[in-house]
Ligand binder design. Structure first.
Ligand code: SF4
Length: 351
């Protein structure tokens, strides 16, 4: 107001999510809207030091009743012909009792057997009983925030679970037939280049279906933000334009977006190169690469060609632009990589 920034009081937060009206899907009739998402809970009781959840929800976990969630799924199926829905809850499996209610409600409903679902979870929240319940109700894809292959870094980021617990959960999910995606964060405080190499090995060992390597991003209010500030390593561009964990991929080829945080003992170049290297290692494989374009139903595809031939034709120009940008990025990487490795080898020998 009058050129001043006014900071409102925090809202108390909605205790009972069932008090909220149903999302007005009917107001968004344009076919280009993607309705393949629901949110059945808000908040997460864990305290991972990079996660913005603490700021948004103050770790207060609340959830909608199973009946309300299934009402949404039924509407999405009957009115909007959605057969695949991604549960965008930050952490679906916080409360196993409510998952039991939800899966039972889905099994009683008319969408059972006709719809499939994907969700995000922590490894330590998974056990055979709950994963089987989910699979039987139609859940088919799970996305794990693996974050790191290093037990030491896992403790530093206050994840509250071990790498081994994530490994066990991924093994269980794969054994039951889930499509498993995993996310790693590169550039955490205390991280060494070898930790990133270990992440590549772990992604391969776990036989993940999709993997993403993101750069650590210090969102204001998180512990990571305070660490970056204290270490004098916080770099904010403009109006927080570079607070982006996937900037390596979405930055314009000739207009770089600097990372907002680079931990001591690393350079931005090293981390970015490792993000490209890890992605190239993983997706330099016809089966894995095609998944990126052919599994929009699992909500993991980077690109959705739509549902019909005319959608496909309409999306061809943007596909070419995307492929062009990716080829510039990766050819730049392939040209620079030998020089980059030689430089660091010489540097290590001189130590
Ligand atoms: S478990 Fe996931 S959602 Fe919860 S605090 Fe950690 S990163 Fe955030």
């Amino acid at each position: 107001m009058d050129g001043k920034v006014i900071h409102n009081q925090r809202s108390a937060g909605i205790e009972n999510l069932d008090d909220l009206p149903q999302f007005p899907y009917g107001r968004f009739q344009n076919k280009s809207y993607d309705f393949g998402f629901v949110i059945s809970s808000r908040g997460c009781p864990y305290d991972c030091f990079f996660c913005s959840n603490k700021i948004n929800s103050q770790r207060k976990f609340r959830y909608r009743s199973a009946e309300k969630v299934v009402e949404d799924l039924t509407l999405l199926f009957t009115k909007f012909n959605r057969k695949y829905v991604y549960f965008l809850d930050d952490n679906l499996l916080v409360n196993h009792k409510r998952i039991k209610d939800l899966t039972e409600e889905i099994k009683k409903s008319g969408v059972f057997g006709k719809m499939h679902f994907n969700f995000q979870a922590r490894g330590d929240n998974c056990n055979e009983e709950i994963m089987l319940m989910l699979f039987e109700a139609g859940f088919r894809g799970v996305y794990f925030g693996i974050e790191t292959a290093s037990e030491k870094l896992m403790q530093i980021v206050n994840k509250g679970e071990t790498v081994q617990e994530v490994i066990d959960a991924v093994g269980l999910a794969k054994r039951l037939g889930f499509f498993v995606s995993g996310n790693f964060i590169f550039g955490l405080p205390g991280e060494k280049p070898q930790d990133r190499k270990d992440a590549f090995k772990l992604a391969k060992k776990l036989k993940l279906d999709i993997v993403k390597y993101n750069n650590a991003t210090p969102y204001p209010g998180t512990e990571l933000y305070h660490i970056a500030l204290k270490e004098n390593r916080l770099y904010i561009q403009g109006l927080y334009e570079n607070l982006n964990s996937v900037s390596s991929f979405i930055e314009k080829p000739f207009q770089k977006t600097p990372f907002s945080y680079v931990p001591e003992g690393n350079t931005e170049k090293q981390i970015k190169m490792d993000i490209y290297l890890g992605s190239l290692k993983f997706y330099f494989n016809v089966r894995r690469f095609t998944r990126v374009f052919t599994n929009p139903d699992k909500n993991v595809a980077w690109f959705d060609f739509g549902h019909s031939f005319s959608d496909f034709i309409k999306k061809l120009p943007s596909t070419f632009v995307l492929l062009f940008i990716l080829s510039i990025k990766f050819s730049g990487f392939l040209i620079q990589y030998p020089f980059y490795t030689a430089y660091y080898k010489i540097k290590d020998l001189r130590k």
